[in-house]
Design a protein around this ligand. Structure first.
Ligand code: NAD
Length: 521
């Protein structure tokens, strides 16, 4: 076992391990590795289908009384959670870095995000879910209301790249809506998710309401789908397709937050030095292991050379390192598998004629999975990274002449998660944005401005997914809507003694009239 950073000790890891639902003894153990060194720092019991059933049973039992609590009572817990995150900030930053190998500045994004999502749904869940008057079939005589009931139990299958954010924020929305939750974090980063779960219990979440199972997706995925009423998945498009088909078979709702090959478009009137400085964050945050990070930069020809010079300078000035403080700009990749993916994409591109404008090498002297932030030019369709998501610190640069060409190139991907546009003319930027097939578009900033706009939906077009997180849609999806009508005086049907034919004539006149009356349409 490796030496742990100062704020993480065996006692903490043992407490977190007790949050995993396990039935029975003698379990195969899952080793959790620290990417900075490649050493194991902790173990957890590998989950089974029986654990999933037991976890679901406990969460469903706890959900019964939770669903009857008021929004105000629920909100209190999430606001306490919000405050506790900042009280325990250094501990969780250490843990995120320990498990993912990312730099501390990128780990901070996760705690900021968890806090603002908790705040947002604590204060806004009621607004999105309260029962609402709707127009009835007969004005005045039909009193119609729409109300929302929690679906029951929501399953979450989450990836390793943002283990705090993706491990807990979607569950916060589901819990605020009155559901129970069953979480399966990625097996490389379970302790961070468990930390968030533990903190929610410390903040007052009722016992058993939020369950965690840990282990292989291929073993636990199907039992989870069998046990839940809704599945929120974040991960690769390949796994997403499998799970969406399985939820379809069971006829339960799902959200699929999947991969991307996100473009940045730099127009000729952009502030180039700012764009170059900010692009570094957009491309290499979390060592490029981020669904919304930029892997393609499209640059208008007249400013291409100047932008490349500035961007390469910014990239070369980044400091790589394995430190539990803010001294490094970029951390490690998470695993040998990720390193191999990045290395093979770059080698394939270079072999087929790509030019390296910065980076392009592994850095084993810093840690086993370090790889330099890399910029490639002359990338063509035959190269694997042209269309495939690398999910690493590698970005390709392309020229364009006209805006139409930039839009066409941006949209020429099977993905459509995120895009970024740089221009001093924001009206022009908005026009370009409306031509892009991407779920979020940031103008003159990184993904942080769109992702962090929690009141607005976040998700992908095309192979980047189904459904959205955040905003009203990010909580309404965890409910069943129910329409209740109270009919007064006249039934919707012929009154006694009136023939169907006369009634239909009466109805036809009424329907035609309603088309003309503002406010009743
Ligand atoms: P992955 O699909 O391999 O794994 C994600 C989760 O699914 C893990 O918990 C894993 O254990 C589980 N899983 C794997 N196979 C499974 C199966 N057969 N049945 C059930 N569960 C299974 O993805 P990854 O490599 O961990 O994550 C990287 C991918 O996630 C990238 O494509 C990235 O773009 C995407 N991602 C998307 C978003 C988003 O919000 N759109 C956010 C983060 C990551």
């Amino acid at each position: 076992m490796m030496k742990l950073p100062d704020r993480i000790d065996e006692a903490l890891l043992e407490r977190l391990a007790r949050r995993v639902t396990v039935t029975g003894e003698d379990r195969e153990l899952l080793d959790i590795e620290a990417p900075y060194t490649g050493e194991t720092f902790g173990t957890l019991p590998m989950g089974t289908a029986d654990d999933v059933s037991e976890a679901a049973r406990q969460a469903r039992a706890a959900q019964q009384s939770w669903s009857k609590q008021s929004f105000r009572e629920r909100a209190r817990i999430f606001l306490r959670f919000h405050d506790l995150i900042f009280q325990r900030k250094d501990e969780i930053l250490d843990l995120i870095q320990l498990e993912t190998g990312k730099a501390r500045n990128h780990a901070y994004e996760e705690i900021g995000d968890a806090a603002i999502v908790a705040r947002y749904y604590a204060f806004n869940a009621r607004k999105h879910l309260k029962s609402r008057k709707r127009k009835g079939i007969y004005p005045i005589l039909t009193a119609t209301r729409e109300q929302h009931a929690p679906v029951g139990l929501v399953g979450f299958i989450t990836p390793w790249n943002y283990p705090l954010t993706l491990g807990i924020t979607d569950a916060i929305a589901a819990l605020m809506a009155g559901n129970g939750a069953l979480l399966k974090p990625d097996r490389q980063t379970p302790f961070t998710a468990l930390w968030a779960v533990d903190l929610l219990y410390q903040a007052g979440l009722p016992a058993d309401l939020l369950q965690v199972v840990v282990g292989k997706g291929s073993v636990l995925g199907q039992p989870i789908i069998e046990s839940v009423d809704y599945l929120a998945f974040t991960g690769s498009t390949g796994t997403g397709r499998l799970l969406a088909a399985a939820t379809g078979e069971k006829l339960i709702g799902c959200t699929m937050e999947l991969g991307g090959k996100n473009p940045m478009v730099i127009l000729d009137d952009a502030n180039l030095s700012r764009a170059a400085r900010v692009a570094v964050w957009d491309c290499f945050s979390s060592t490029g292991q981020l669904c919304v990070s930029i892997e393609r930069i499209l640059i208008q020809s007249t400013i291409y050379d100047e932008f490349v010079r500035l961007f390469a300078e910014e990239t070369q000035s980044l400091k790589l390192g394995a430190s539990f403080d803010y001294s490094a700009d970029i951390g490690s990749l998470i695993s040998a598998e990720q390193l191999e993916k990045v290395r093979s994409h770059v080698e394939d591109a270079v072999m087929k004629g790509a030019k390296v404008a910065a980076g392009g090498r592994p850095r084993p002297e810093l840690g086993p999975y370090f790889y330099e932030p890399t910029i490639l030019e002359n990338v063509t369709e035959e190269m694997a990274l042209f269309a495939e998501e690398t999910f690493g610190p590698v970005v390709s640069l392309y020229r364009f002449e006209s805006i139409d060409e930039a839009v066409e190139k941006s949209n020429s991907s099977t993905y459509g998660l995120h895009a970024s546009i740089w221009t001093r003319d924001t009206a022009r930027g908005r026009r370009v944005a409306s031509g892009l097939k991407a779920g979020t578009v940031s103008i003159n900033d990184t993904y942080r401005s769109t992702w962090g706009s929690i009141d607005a939906p976040m998700g992908g077009f095309k192979d980047s997914g189904l459904g959205r997180r955040h905003g009203a849609t990010g909580i309404v999806k965890y409910t069943e809507s129910q329409t209740v009508t109270v009919q007064r005086l006249l039934q919707v049907g012929p009154p006694r003694g009136m023939s169907e034919e006369r009634f239909h004539n009466f109805l036809t006149r009424g329907i035609k009239l309603l088309r003309r009356i503002p406010g009743l349409r």
